[in-house]
Design a protein around this ligand. Structure first.
Ligand SMILES: Cc1cc2nc3c(=O)[nH]c(=O)nc-3n(C[C@H](O)[C@H](O)[C@H](O)COP(=O)(O)O)c2cc1C
Length: 126
């Protein structure tokens, strides 16, 4: 969740970091992971793989994380619930839904490939 922690991971030779507040479950008032992502990306992008999780609930959310510099996203609770309700079919259906939503967002923003999803494709407000 901090530039310092990300730089420490780089210095330690880690292959990747996960920008995560543990699903918001550990401490109230912790910032959202997407809020801290840009400063971490600025500090360590290209030096280490940057993953992010916490509250990602649609293909649009995936698009926003990629646009702000994440190399990939992780999704927890929705897949756990999909598995409980629908087993492997439920998990597959949810992945397909997120994939469709991401494709739709890419279509609407003129992104032909994942690499085309850049910061200019989103508006960041404070
Ligand atoms: C039931 C449950 C248990 C979790 N246990 C841990 C844990 O022991 N350690 C940890 O770092 N994160 C834990 N997490 C957080 C997940 O690793 C992950 O950061 C989070 O689920 C991602 O957010 P999302 O569920 O909103 O997609 C847990 C999450 C859930 C839902």
């Amino acid at each position: 969740m901090t530039v310092h922690a990300a730089e420490t991971a780089v210095a330690a030779g880690a292959d990747a970091i996960v920008v995560s507040n543990h699903g918001g479950r550990v401490m109230d008032d912790t910032p959202g992971t997407i809020e801290v992502l840009p400063e971490i990306v600025k500090a360590v992008k290209g030096k280490i793989t940057i993953l992010i999780d916490g509250g990602i609930r649609s293909g649009n959310d995936i698009f926003k994380c990629l646009a702000l510099g994440a190399d990939g996203v992780l999704i927890g609770r929705p897949f756990a619930l999909a598995c409980v309700k629908g087993g492997s079919e439920g998990v597959t259906a949810l992945a397909a839904k997120y994939q469709d939503q991401l494709k739709q967002a890419m279509l609407m923003t003129g992104c032909h490939t994942i690499k085309d999803i850049t910061e200019e494709k989103v508006i960041v407000t404070k």
